[in-house]
Design a protein around this ligand. Structure first.
Ligand code: SAM
Ligand code: SF4
Length: 338
């Protein structure tokens, strides 16, 4: 294949609310080498490897989405870089960047980047998101249940050296990292990185009441405004972030606010799990079994699944983080693909 799919282009993916799907989040594994307290249980039940889509299947399905008008793919997980040979998938899909794909990107905890950043950059990835919630080594070890901060920082440095644009994503956690969010942002901007803050979402049972973790970003923004001058920006990167420029650091800061400001009206995304389930909304249980359809009927099977997905994509999530509220969905973010 020459990397161009335009000749097979068929109907665009448009849901019943008129939203066009241009963005696929592709989860390649539910496994991870960290155990972030807001994401997973301490001893998660990982899926049997036999249930996973092969890398060839992931490629073929992703390319079918591209043929149906998807312009951006984010590889995620679990930790995508712990899946063996995942770089081959990145290299394969990277051949579409600049023609059928505007962007191929990655969300990672950076632990494997030291060895992989250069290859990833050469494959056509230009920007990556790195999850980092603290610059304090003890806190990092506690939040990730055993991770080593320096490994993450070394991975980030390798990404920077390889020419990748880095965005630091931090989940704002009440009583945990709220006292250092400004310092984390200042560090990211000093390194030349964008930063984004994320509200914790009630996804999966992590044995903690989400009300104890939830920190509204409206309050964080007010606090940051006491220290810095924040100016709203019109920038959109295809995701749910709303951006501001901070005059004093010169950097860009995003806010992802699923709880305090619903962003579903502009949703252009669907998520494919590593077992081939298609979720059209992060906050709903319903999934479409793309793997069985593809294994049974090939591309024709995918076509009918995608039509079904467009007919059933929910209008919005219904997240609730009030004390005692049940998780919105039983699966965690690592299972769905963050
Ligand atoms: N392992 C990779 C990483 O951490 O970047 C990719 C997968 S991770 C599930 C993707 C993103 O989801 C991370 O930025 C993580 O902080 C975020 N995340 C996980 N659970 C979350 C939750 N319950 N609420 C909000 N964000 C969450
Ligand atoms: Fe792993 Fe990412 Fe979940 Fe942390 S947020 S446990 S790094 S998948």
């Amino acid at each position: 294949m020459d990397g161009s799919l335009t000749s097979t282009q068929t109907r665009p993916l448009i849901d019943r609310f008129g939203r066009e799907i241009r963005y696929l989040r592709l989860s390649v594994t539910d496994r991870c080498d960290l155990r972030c307290v807001y994401c997973m249980a301490e001893r998660p039940d990982f899926l049997p490897k036999a249930q996973l889509l092969t890398l060839e299947e992931l490629s073929a399905i992703a390319e079918h989405f591209v043929a149906r008008g998807v312009r951006k793919i984010r590889i995620t997980g679990g930790e995508p870089l712990v899946r063996r040979d995942v770089v081959q998938l990145i290299e394969h899909l990277g051949r579409h960047v600049g023609s059928d794909l505007d962007e191929l990107t990655l969300t990672t905890n950076a632990t494997q980047l030291t060895g992989l950043a250069e290859r990833i950059a050469r494959a056509g990835v230009k920007r990556i998101n790195v999850s980092l919630d603290t610059l304090d080594a003890d806190r990092y070890a506690r939040l990730t249940r055993g991770g080593r901060l320096q490994t993450c920082l070394d991975g980030i440095a390798a990404a920077k050296a390889a020419g990748l644009a880095v965005k630091i994503n931090a989940v704002a956690l009440k009583g945990e990292n709220e006292d250092e969010l400004a310092d984390l942002i200042a560090w990211a901007h000093g390194e030349g990185f964008d930063a984004t803050l994320i509200e914790v979402m009630p996804l999966g049972d992590v044995r903690t009441d989400r009300a104890d973790q939830f920190l509204p970003l409206t309050a964080v923004r007010d606090k940051l405004s006491e220290r810095w001058t924040l100016t709203d920006l019109p920038d959109r990167t295809g995701g749910p972030s709303r951006y501001v420029r901070i005059a004093e650091t010169g950097g860009r800061l995003g806010f992802i606010t699923p709880l305090t400001s619903n962003f579903c009206a502009g949703c252009n995304r669907v998520r494919l799990t590593c077992t081939g389930e298609l979720y059209t909304c992060l906050g709903h249980e319903g999934a479409i079994d793309l793997k069985s359809a593809y294994r049974k009927d090939g591309l024709a099977g995918l076509e009918s699944c995608l039509d079904q997905a467009m007919a059933t994509k929910p209008e919005r999530h219904e997240f609730d983080v009030r004390r005692g509220a049940a998780p919105a969905v039983s699966r965690n973010m690592a299972r769905t693909g963050g």
